[in-house]
Ligand binder design. Structure first.
Ligand SMILES: [Mg+2]
Length: 261
């Protein structure tokens, strides 16, 4: 592989399922070396699919952000927990009340599901929770009404936080905890570490050996292992990763450019 002086980690794989937050970017800025590494991999013919648990943005929005970094990407190469949840919402009859960003609601609508607003939530068959900064008491109250009438509870993901330049910010899991407490039951989560979303991402790559690359043990590594894929942890903290017997990566790098080392 060009860019490797000698055989490098990336040589062992034909494609990669790459996490975004904390691997490719932090907030709105690319991480050092990430764009160059992804460009090298693409030129070497490696398949790349981006897989994120962030439910706030549509796939085209995320692809546009990556293009602004200088990468050649379209929405087809992006899998989000919000999109996977939207497909699941549309696969069953009935109506959905969505706690989430306007883009998540749009994604659920575009997938073909009937989406109710807060005033109609009492007749929802399902509630879908995706973390967003506009979460408020009215949304929680609407979910509560739907839950009291027997609506099923789903979540895009369970990440407690996502990394930002000034430290972790609350993610879907933090908001979901409020909804689960109010409804008195646990949601079915669609995103990482559920193996199905890795299968969706894997199907978008050609045949060959595919590795999962991510910065979280509890989502990227655990989910990759559950899906039967080799895993590469991106770990740049001075503390060693807190691995367990059933959740340890096959490889560990300090940044995405470690794939070329
Ligand atoms: Mg991440």
């Amino acid at each position: 592989l060009k860019g490797c002086e000698v055989a490098c980690l990336a040589d062992g794989f034909d494609g990669f399922i790459v996490d975004l937050d904390g691997v490719v970017h932090l907030g709105w800025d690319p991480l050092p070396g990430a764009v160059q590494t992804l460009t090298h991999l693409a030129r070497a013919g490696k398949g790349i699919v981006f897989l994120t648990n962030d439910p706030r943005y549509g796939r085209d929005t995320i692809a546009a952000r990556l293009r602004a970094f200088g990468l050649t990407v379209d929405g087809e190469a992006v899998v989000t927990s919000g999109w996977a949840a939207a497909l699941q919402m549309a696969a069953q009859p009935g109506a959905v009340y969505v706690i989430g960003s306007p883009e998540l609601r749009e994604e659920v609508l575009r997938a073909g599901a009937t989406v109710l607003d807060a005033a109609e939530a009492a007749r929802a068959d399902r509630v879908l929770v995706g973390g967003h900064s506009g979460f408020d008491y009215d949304e929680l109250r609407a979910a509560c009404r739907a839950g009291a009438n027997g609506a099923q509870l789903f979540a895009t993901n369970r990440d407690a936080t996502f990394p930002m330049p000034d430290g972790p910010w609350p993610a879907t899991g933090a908001i979901l905890a409020a909804v689960e407490t109010a409804l008195g039951r646990r949601a079915l989560s669609v995103g990482k570490p559920e193996p199905e979303i890795f299968r969706v991402a894997r199907e978008r790559l050609g045949p060959g050996r595919v590795a999962v690359v991510g910065d979280r043990l509890d989502t990227d590594v655990l989910g990759g292992r559950r899906a039967g894929l080799p895993t590469i942890l991106v770990h740049n903290s001075p503390l060693p990763p807190r691995t367990t017997d059933d959740c340890h990566p096959d490889h560990c790098v300090t940044s995405l450019s470690g794939l070329l080392a």
